[in-house]
Design a protein around this ligand. Structure first.
Ligand code: PLP
Length: 165
C-alpha cells in the first residue's frame, strides 16, 4: 500500500457528547500544538508542579500526592487499587455499574480480601450498607465510582467519607 495520497490529518470539529472524551476548550488544542519537552527536562519539572497546583484546585484537595497519570481511566483505577492493597488487607468496593465493578475485579486480582457492596443499576450504593459491611473490620480502602458513567449516577463523596472515617 502506498502512502503518497494520504493527506495531512484534518479531523472534523465534532460536538462530543459521550461521557468519556468530550469537547475540549480551544485553549487545550492550542496547548497541544506547543513544543514537546522531555520528561526529564528541568522545565518539565516546573510545569508538573504547576499541573499539580491546578489539579488540587480542580479536585478541591490539599493532598500533596495529587498527580496526573499517563493512562486510561482503567489504568487510573488499577494504579490506585493495586498500589494500595497488600496481603492481609481488606477492601470494600461499592458496585453500582460497569466501572465500579471493574474496580472490584481489579481489586480481586490483588491478594487482599475484597467485599462488594452492591446497588441495583441506576442507583447509588447506600453508604449505610457500606457501614454495615465494614463494621468491626479493619478496612484499608472503601472504593466507589464518583461518577458511574455507565448509568450516569453520582455517588455523594461526603457520605462515604463519613462512613470511612
Ligand atoms: C467512570 C469511568 N471509569 C472508568 C472508565 C474506563 O476508562 P478507559 O476506557 O479510559 O479505561 C470510564 C470510561 O468511560 C469511566 O467513565
Amino acid at each position: 500500500m502506498t502512502t503518497h495520497n494520504i493527506g495531512e490529518l484534518n479531523p472534523p470539529n465534532r460536538l462530543m457528547l459521550t461521557p468519556g472524551p468530550s469537547s475540549m476548550d480551544p485553549r487545550v488544542y492550542r496547548a497541544l500544538a506547543t513544543p514537546l519537552v522531555g520528561h526529564v527536562d528541568p522545565w518539565f519539572r516546573g510545569c508538573m508542579d504547576d499541573v499539580q497546583v491546578l489539579l488540587r484546585k480542580i479536585f478541591q484537595t490539599e493532598n500533596r500526592v495529587t498527580m496526573p497519570l499517563s493512562a486510561s481511566g482503567s489504568g487510573g483505577i488499577e494504579a490506585s487499587v493495586v498500589n494500595t492493597l497488600e496481603e492481609g488487607d481488606e477492601a470494600l468496593i461499592a458496585v453500582n455499574g460497569t466501572f465500579s465493578d471493574r474496580m472490584a475485579i481489579i481489586a480481586g486480582h490483588t491478594p487482599a480480601k475484597v467485599t462488594k457492596v452492591e446497588a441495583p443499576y441506576g442507583q447509588a450504593v447506600d453508604p449505610e450498607d457500606v457501614r454495615r459491611a465494614g463494621k468491626g473490620r479493619k478496612i484499608k480502602i472503601v472504593g466507589f465510582a464518583h461518577g458511574e458513567t455507565s448509568s450516569g449516577v453520582i455517588t455523594n463523596i461526603d457520605n462515604f467519607r463519613k462512613v470511612a472515617d
